[in-house]
Write a protein that binds this ligand. Structure first.
Ligand SMILES: C=C1C[C@]23C[C@H]1CC[C@H]2[C@@]12CCC[C@@](C)(C(=O)O1)[C@H]2[C@@H]3C(=O)O
Ligand SMILES: O=C(O)CCC(=O)C(=O)O
Ligand SMILES: [Fe+2]
Length: 361
C-alpha cells in the first residue's frame, strides 16, 4: 500500500492547494460565486427523454445470458447497472449513512483531514479540478484500506464504525469487481490463462490495487450554471459505483448524446475504465460521464476504482489483435497511465497510441 501506483502518481504530479480545498458550500447556499460559475456549452443535444429512448442496460447477474448481455453493454455503452450482485442492502445503507455523516461535518472539521499536495488520501476536490478554470460544486474523500489517520482527525474518539464500514465495503467490492471483470473477459472469449495477472499470487507487490472515493454534491443555488463533476473517463480497469437514489449522473453515447443513468434501488453502476479500453484494444469503450446538480438534493456516490498490480504492463490482449485490428496502444503500467492522465487528461489515449510513439517492428 505504501508504494501504490496511485500514491506514486500523486507524488510525481502534486496538486496545488487551491485545487484541493473545497468551498464552504453552506456559506454560499444563496448565490453561486464567480469561481464556480461555468459557461456551459450549448452544443450538447438536450438530455434524452427517459421514456422514449434507449437507456443504460440493467443486467441481472443471475441471468443465463449474462455473458452476451455484458459484452453488448460494454461495446455499446461502456456502462451498465447490475442487480442481484450479492452486496447486502444493509451494508449499502450503512455506507450511505457514514458518507453523509462525513460530508455533513462543518468545513473546518473536514479540513483537518484535507489531502496534502502529494497525497491521494483524504478530503478535497476531485483531482481533475486542475484542468478547469472554474471549480466544481463537489467535494470528495479518498480511501485505501481503512484510512484511520484521516478518519481519526475527523472524529478523534469516534471513527471505528466509519473505518469498519469502509473496509468491509472495500472487501466486498474487490470480490464483486473481480467477478465482473472475469465476466467481461469471458464475454470476449478469453480464459483465465490469458489473463493470469488478474489473480496474482498473494504477497509482495503483485496485488491488484483499488481506491474507494466518496463523492458529495451539495445542493446548489444555480444548478444550470454549475458543474458537479466535469466530463471525464475513469482511469481504472473497472469502476463500480453506488449512487444511492439521487439523479445527476449522465453518460455520453455516440449518436444519442448525454443519457441519464437513473438510480435503481440497490443496484450498482459498472463503468468500463480506460485500462479495459486498452486491454480490449478499443472494443470496450470507456465512456465519458458527468454529474449535473440539483437545487434540492444533496447527492452522494461511492466509486470503487479497481486497477492492476503495480508492476503489470497493460496492453491490448493477443486475442484482440489480428491483421485487421493492429494493437492500438503501447504497454503501460497503471502508474504510467495515471501520469499521462495527470498531464494530458482526456487526451491521454493519444499519448499511448502506437502510431504516435513507436513504429511497428
Ligand atoms: C485511481 C484514480 C482515479 C482518479 C485518479 C486516481 C485517483 C483519484 C481518482 C478520481 C476520483 C474522483 C473522480 C476522478 C475523475 C478524479 O478527479 O479523481 C477520479 C480519477 C480518474 O478516474 O481519473
Ligand atoms: O457521482 C457520480 O455518480 C459519478 C462519480 C464519478 O464519475 C467518479 O467518481 O469517477
Ligand atoms: Fe467517473
Amino acid at each position: 500500500m505504501m508504494n501504490s501506483s496511485i500514491s506514486e502518481s500523486f507524488k510525481s504530479h502534486p496538486v496545488q492547494l487551491n485545487r484541493i480545498i473545497p468551498l464552504d458550500f453552506k456559506a454560499h447556499a444563496i448565490k453561486l460565486p464567480d469561481s464556480h460559475t461555468w459557461t456551459l456549452s450549448t452544443d450538447n443535444p438536450p438530455p434524452v427523454d427517459p421514456f422514449t429512448s434507449e437507456s443504460v442496460p440493467v443486467i441481472d447477474l443471475d441471468d443465463p445470458n449474462v455473458e452476451s448481455l455484458t459484452r453488448h453493454a460494454c461495446e455499446q455503452w461502456g456502462m451498465f447497472q447490475v442487480t442481484n450482485h450479492g452486496i447486502r442492502i444493509d451494508l449499502l445503507i450503512e455506507l450511505e449513512f457514514q458518507t453523509r455523516r462525513l460530508f455533513s461535518l462543518p468545513l473546518e472539521q473536514k479540513l483537518h483531514a484535507v489531502r496534502s499536495p502529494e497525497d491521494f488520501a483524504g478530503y478535497g476536490l476531485p483531482r481533475i479540478s486542475t484542468f478547469f478554470p472554474k471549480l466544481m460544486w463537489s467535494e470528495g474523500f479518498s480511501i485505501m484500506g481503512s484510512q484511520v489517520e484521516h478518519a481519526s482527525k475527523l472524529w478523534p474518539n469516534d471513527h471505528t464504525k466509519f473505518c469498519d464500514v469502509m473496509e468491509e465495503y472495500e472487501r466486498e467490492m474487490k470480490d464483486l469487481t473481480e467477478r465482473i471483470l472475469g465476466l467481461m473477459l469471458r464475454s470476449l472469449g478469453l480464459t483465465s490463462e490469458d489473463v493470469k495477472w488478474l489473480k496474482p499470487k498473494d504477497g509482495g507487490s503483485r496485488r491488484s490495487e483499488a481506491l474507494l472515493h466518496l463523492n458529495s454534491y451539495p445542493v446548489c443555488p444555480d444548478p444550470s450554471h454549475a458543474m458537479g463533476l466535469a466530463p471525464h473517463t475513469d482511469s481504472s480497469l473497472l469502476t463500480l459505483l453506488y449512487q444511492s437514489c439521487t439523479n445527476g449522473l449522465q453518460v455520453h453515447k455516440e449518436n444519442i448524446g448525454w443519457a441519464p443513468v437513473h438510480p435503481i434501488a440497490g443496484a450498482l453502476v459498472v463503468n468500463v475504465g480506460d485500462l479495459m479500453h486498452i486491454l480490449s484494444n478499443g472494443r470496450f469503450k470507456s465512456p465519458m460521464h458527468q454529474v449535473l446538480l440539483t437545487k434540492s438534493c444533496h447527492r452522494i456516490s461511492m466509486a470503487y476504482f479497481y486497477g492492476p498490480p503495480v508492476d503489470v504492463k497493460i496492453s491490448p490482449l493477443m486475442n484482440m489483435i489480428d491483421h485487421k485490428h493492429p494493437a492500438l496502444y503501447r504497454p503501460v503500467t497503471w502508474k504510467e497511465y495515471l501520469d499521462a492522465k495527470a498531464m494530458h487528461f482526456n487526451q491521454a489515449f493519444e499519448f499511448i497510441r502506437n502510431d504516435v510513439h513507436i513504429s511497428n517492428k
